[in-house]
Design a protein around this ligand. Structure first.
Ligand code: ZN
Ligand code: ZN
Length: 109
């Protein structure tokens, strides 16, 4: 998986990732916070969500974004949560833009 060329999202309501192929992925900051898969947010054994979406403020923002190796970023959020790691493959695979959502939709027989 190629590294993004640019990640812009500090203290913004959207986090935008520019990929080397020119594609742009934009997540709402809160959506990404809610998508956290760390052990505090998702029960490891069952996959049960532990994070109550109601506990995440509407205006939560990324306070610090750090590269993890060549494959992921970790984000410290303004609510103090900092254990989530988001790998580039998933960030791209879950891209919420119309074009990507359309390709993920199962094709009708
Ligand atoms: Zn988490
Ligand atoms: Zn997309």
């Amino acid at each position: 998986m190629a590294m993004p060329e640019e990640i812009v999202g500090l203290l913004r309501s959207n986090i935008t990732i520019k990929w080397p192929d020119g594609h742009e992925t934009r997540y709402r900051a809160r959506d990404l916070r809610l998508a956290c898969r760390c052990a505090m947010c998702i029960e490891e054994t069952s996959g049960k969500p532990l994070l109550d979406p109601a506990s995440v403020a509407a205006n939560v923002r990324a306070q610090h974004i750090e590269l993890v190796g060549q494959y992921a970023i970790s984000i410290r959020w303004t609510d103090g949560h900092d254990t989530g790691i988001y790998n580039f493959r998933d960030l791209r695979a879950n891209c919420p833009c119309d074009a990507c959502v359309a390709t993920r939709r199962p094709t009708p027989r």
